[in-house]
Design a protein around this ligand. Structure first.
Ligand code: GTP
Length: 404
């Protein structure tokens, strides 16, 4: 039963036809029943499966108490009421999660509520279980194991102190409050010691587990930050040469496989040395950053722009035909020509850009070969007077777009 429950609880959302055919005929029925019980929503399914597992555990506890009562060791009336109240509690928790009502709260899985109420029920079970009260200790242990992985450190600390308090009361009631329940005080003390040990150990493990989970997250975050730093250009915020080389190889292989057009453009600011010499290096930096923003505002989200180095940029345009790419680059060129960067000191700086662009030749051309042709086209653009777009392979486009 539990095996079926676990298999169907964590099954993938979609199953292929082949897999479904391989299943025995009853599996469809079981799956439908599981879907009805746990829903098909992945998050809800996890929450409900945990609460159903906790409920099965509590039902085992109830069954054990019923056996104890049947053996005449516990008051049947008390056990009866305990069973009814616990069952109603389990149904209420299941309903709150299944209906989606619990999603209004911070903890939609109701883990904390379930663990605190389970600890309370176990303490009550200790009181009413008579001389068989020892059976409640393993139940408490299993409940606490759920807490180790499901509670925050603060919640777990609450459970620690609450557990000590509620079991302290339960042990006192069982020891001194019930005429039929008394046992040697030393045995009660031994129970209390074991309960405190269990609660404290589980709290310790919870803190360790969460600390290592946090450390793992921090390491993953640090690795992600490091990776981001390694592929970003600090000045412009664009991707850098290293990233562009990686992407060029990946995209190059992909488009060759899928026979899609791929364009690479090299963009180089004109007479940038003059800007540095006239306005200073800081002003040059601001021009580079402003240029990056201008170009980024014109390209599509699927295009990738990177700073290749110095005042040189590379733009990769996937699935783009030569005429469309050249038209876009022409708009970029015009926008750069139009924009004016006003410096704090009052000086206004204008720049122009020369652009060489090439389309990947189907067959065996590598992205590096493509880049070389784009670079040659850029050289041609510079040679023809700058501030223009030159396409490497003129047969792809009737005319080279050239403006002065
Ligand atoms: N401010 C600034 N300048 C840089 C940076 N990287 C490179 N440069 C400068 O960019 C200038 C590039 O000069 P050149 O290669 O002669 O090119 P150019 O002056 O743009 O001339 P053409 O490309 O032929 O139009 C050099 O003066 C570099 O020092 C940077 O990060 N910031």
């Amino acid at each position: 039963m539990l095996g079926v429950f676990v298999c169907h609880t964590f099954r993938p959302k979609q199953k292929g036809a082949v897999l479904q055919q391989d299943n025995p005929p009853s599996s469809g029925l079981i799956r439908r029943a599981m879907d009805a019980l746990l829903t098909t929503d992945r998050d809800q399914r996890i929450r409900l499966s945990m609460s159903v597992m906790a409920a099965l555990l509590m039902l085992c506890c109830i069954a054990a108490l019923q056996l104890v009562a049947a053996a005449g060791l516990a008051d049947a009336g008390h056990v009866h009421w305990f069973s009814v109240v616990c069952s109603l509690g389990l149904i209420a928790v299941y309903w709150l999660i299944r209906s989606g009502y619990s999603q209004r709260w911070e903890d939609p899985a109701l883990t904390f509520l379930q663990i605190v109420s389970s600890v309370t029920c176990t303490a009550v079970a200790y009181v009413i279980a008579g001389s068989a009260r020892g059976i409640t200790l393993p139940i408490l242990a299993v409940i606490l194991i759920f807490g180790v992985f499901g509670l925050s450190p603060r919640q777990m600390l609450f459970v620690l102190f609450y557990g000590i308090a509620v079991f302290g009361v339960a042990l006192s009631v069982a020891q001194w409050g019930l005429a039929h329940g008394s046992q040697p005080l030393a045995l009660t003390a031994a129970y209390m010691v074991m309960i405190v040990v269990m609660l404290a150990s589980c709290t310790f493990i919870n803190l360790r587990v969460l600390a290592s989970r946090k450390r793992k997250l921090e390491l993953a975050q640090a690795a992600a930050n490091e990776r981001e730093r390694a592929i970003r250009d600090e000045l412009t915020g664009l991707h850098n040469r290293r990233f562009m080389l990686e992407i060029m190889h990946l995209e190059g292989a992909r488009v060759q496989r899928n026979h899609q057009p791929l364009l690479i453009a090299q963009l180089d600011l004109d007479h940038f040395k003059h800007i540095n010499d006239t306005h200073g290096h800081d002003a040059g930096d601001q021009v580079l950053a402003a240029f990056a923003r201008t170009v980024a505002g014109y390209i599509r989200s699927t295009d990738i722009l990177a700073r290749w180095g110095g005042e040189e940029f590379v733009l990769l345009m996937v699935n783009t035909a030569a005429d469309n790419g050249v038209a876009l680059l022409e708009r970029v060129r015009a926008a750069v020509q139009e924009s004016v960067l006003v410096m704090a000191a009052g000086a206004s700086i204008r720049v122009t850009v020369s652009i060489g662009v090439a389309q990947l030749q189907t067959g065996h051309e590598t992205p590096i070969g493509l880049l070389r042709r784009a670079d040659e086209a850029l050289y041609a653009a510079k040679a023809q007077g700058r501030n223009r777009v030159v396409l490497a392979d003129q047969t792809l486009l009737e005319t080279t777009v050239a403006t002065g």
